[in-house]
Design a protein around this ligand. Structure first.
Ligand code: ASP
Length: 310
């Protein structure tokens, strides 16, 4: 019998340890813990991996501490354009949305694309139209506003620069969010949600909503949710690469996840990390940055909530 397991992340990055106060650290850890326990409770009560990852990501989206949903970063135009994807590993059904505005929980809309449309990926106005058709009410920009995110945008507004929120070395908030889980039947699922990069323009889309790049699930192998420099994660087809190393090369989850983050991402020059579970409930959470907001819990009594590499 497999272990029921869940892992979550709130973004990877060059978090400068000395700039993290104990109050802030406690706030991040509490938010991670709340999401982790909510997802785990679903699994413990016999619920599905998809339900578990959705609830965990929704809670992280609702927290202004992370760059997803409420607290998403600002685009060059001062708006919020959010991306999200969800996938389950049994039938390999998937749903994704990109460049959505006004949607409180983009991950719920991604799931509705998976379950209530004939498509996998909807973008921009069309995805919001689909949401309205399903009865979603839209939030005003004020709901998503966060003063630190605003300041981050002011710092580079009007320049051609765009910034991965977690590449900033000074005090800042981090955080694309994601969850992966393995349920009692050995079905795995992955969910990822992000505001993308500060000051992004031209309809920039990162890896998070792209199936196979930032998010992937397959019961034969694993479920993966990524965070980091999206352009590199797209080019490395990172989430699918972890799965392929397991399927074609016979690697364990740990070996595959480490190979992709430490070696292959390193070769390309990308920064970030990922969380992954396999269909037996094993968990891996590698990253090549100074830290990654993360947590995991399984039915064997393992529980971790951590930020740095210690
Ligand atoms: N991967 C995300 C993106 O490029 C950003 C992140 O992980 O924080 O949009």
């Amino acid at each position: 019998m497999n272990s029921i397991s869940i892992a979550i992340h709130g973004g990877a990055g060059t978090l400068v340890k000395g700039q993290m106060t104990s109050e802030k650290e406690a706030a991040y850890k509490t938010a991670l813990d709340t999401a982790l326990e909510a997802g785990y409770a679903v699994l413990r009560e016999g619920g599905t991996a998809v339900d578990a990852v959705e609830i965990a990501v929704r809670l992280l989206e609702d927290s202004p501490l992370f760059n997803a949903g409420r607290g998403a970063v600002f685009t060059a135009e001062g708006t919020h354009e959010m991306d999200a994807a969800i996938m389950e590993g049994k039938e390999r059904k998937a749903g994704a949305v990109s460049l959505v505005t006004g949607i409180k929980n983009p991950i719920a809309l991604a799931r509705d694309v998976m379950n209530k449309s004939e498509h996998v990926f909807l973008a921009g106005e069309g995805s919001v139209l689909h949401a309205k058709g399903l009865g979603y009410t839209l939030e005003s920009p004020a709901y998503f506003y966060d003063s630190l995110r605003y300041q981050q945008w002011q710092d580079i507004k009007g320049t051609n620069g765009f910034q991965l929120d977690h590449s900033i070395k000074k005090e800042s908030k981090f955080g694309t969010v994601g969850a992966v889980a393995c349920d009692k039947d050995g079905t795995v699922a992955a969910a990822t949600s992000t505001g993308g990069m500060t000051n992004k323009k031209w309809g920039r889309v990162g890896d998070s909503p792209m199936i196979g790049a930032g998010n992937y699930a397959n019961n034969k192998t694993c479920a993966v949710s990524c965070t980091g420099s999206g352009e590199y994660f797209i080019r490395g087809v990172v989430a699918y690469d972890v799965s392929c190393l397991m399927e074609y090369k016979g690697c364990s989850l740990e070996e595959a996840a480490l190979e992709v983050i430490q070696n292959r991402m390193g070769e390309l020059g990308g920064d970030g990390g990922l969380i992954a579970v396999d269909a037996k409930g094993n968990i891996a959470m590698p990253f090549n940055t100074e830290g990654m907001y993360r947590g995991c819990k399984n039915s064997e009594g393992k529980k971790i909530i951590a930020i740095y590499n210690d």
